[in-house]
Design a protein around this ligand. Structure first.
Ligand SMILES: O=C(O)CCC(=O)C(=O)O
Length: 280
């Protein structure tokens, strides 16, 4: 039995079937408030140089402000990224004994921010094995109007590993490639999920997902933590990725370094030191 009281066997089974799940009451109100302030400050500091209005940003940038590896240069964010309940939940959902951090990232969808285009995460990462999972933590909860996520249930079990270019070119809504139109995904429609404050949504690295535009007047404030099963090995990958390049992990080697520390299990209260190189 797990030490995370709200992670029931049914939720673990739901995750295996659907490739996503919302686990209630993982963070207490005081933790949400404290870590929300810490990530707000980190995002403000990292993005202070960028004063462009939304309309001048690229298609990808209009979906969210993205800041990676905040745990490295924001000591107040570090306990959230390495929060034991999050890491344990990720490991239990994957059914593995230990998970490492791939990277964390804040995804702040501005007021008026466009949808997040559909994609799988794993094809962006040079990891051979597919035991990967993201914890999606909305500090104020998420709503349909404010940029909630949608997931294609069971799409992680359809044998697809498709690299989708959500960075450049036209969006599916503007005639660009639509991964959800693939015949392998026939019969699947997005399940839109509102996450209450304190709950955390988890999705598998192979689950197709997307998010709604933010039509509210406030920012959708989300921190995410991406985990992979300890013992996973480096694949070729499409592009160099800082999570392995910074540590010089060769293709075929086990991915283990201070860039991707063990997230769970760790001794109580123990946090890893950031690597001695600038954050990605
Ligand atoms: O927050 C979003 O809008 C998208 C999140 C996402 O794609 C992810 O966490 O993998």
């Amino acid at each position: 039995m797990t030490a995370v009281a709200t992670l029931t066997p049914q939720l673990v089974e739901d995750f295996r079937q659907d490739g996503f799940v919302v686990v209630p009451d993982l963070l207490a109100p005081d933790e949400l408030a404290r870590y929300g302030r810490a990530v707000d400050a980190a995002v403000a500091r990292r993005s202070a140089h960028d004063t462009r209005p939304l309309v001048q940003k690229s298609r990808y940038e209009q979906s969210f402000v993205q800041c990676q590896n905040l745990w490295e240069d924001s000591p107040d964010v570090r306990p959230l990224t390495f929060h034991a309940r999050l890491g344990e939940t990720a490991a239990r959902l994957l059914g593995v004994g230990a998970v490492r951090l791939w990277h964390d990232q804040a995804l702040y969808k501005e007021s008026g921010g466009r949808e997040t285009d559909p994609h799988q995460d794993h094809p962006y990462w040079p990891i051979v094995e597919t035991d990967t999972i993201t914890a999606w933590i909305p500090f104020g909860g998420s709503t349909l109007a404010g940029g909630a996520m949608g997931y294609l249930p069971g799409s992680h079990r359809r044998g697809l590993r498709e690299f989708v270019d959500i960075f450049t070119g036209p969006a599916p809504a503007d005639g660009g490639h639509d991964p959800l139109a693939r015949p392998e995904l026939a019969g699947l429609a997005p399940v839109w999920v509102e996450v209450p404050p304190g709950a955390v949504a988890f999705h598998h690295g192979l689950t197709f997902h997307l998010a709604r535009p933010n039509s509210t007047g406030t920012v959708r404030r989300v921190h995410t933590v991406i985990y992979f099963a300890d013992g996973s090995t480096r694949g070729e990958g499409r592009f160099p990725h800082p999570a392995v390049e910074r540590a010089g992990i060769p293709v075929g080697a086990v991915i283990a370094s201070d860039v991707t520390p063990l997230a769970w299990p760790r001794p109580d209260g123990d946090l890893p030191d950031p690597p001695g190189q600038p954050p990605a």
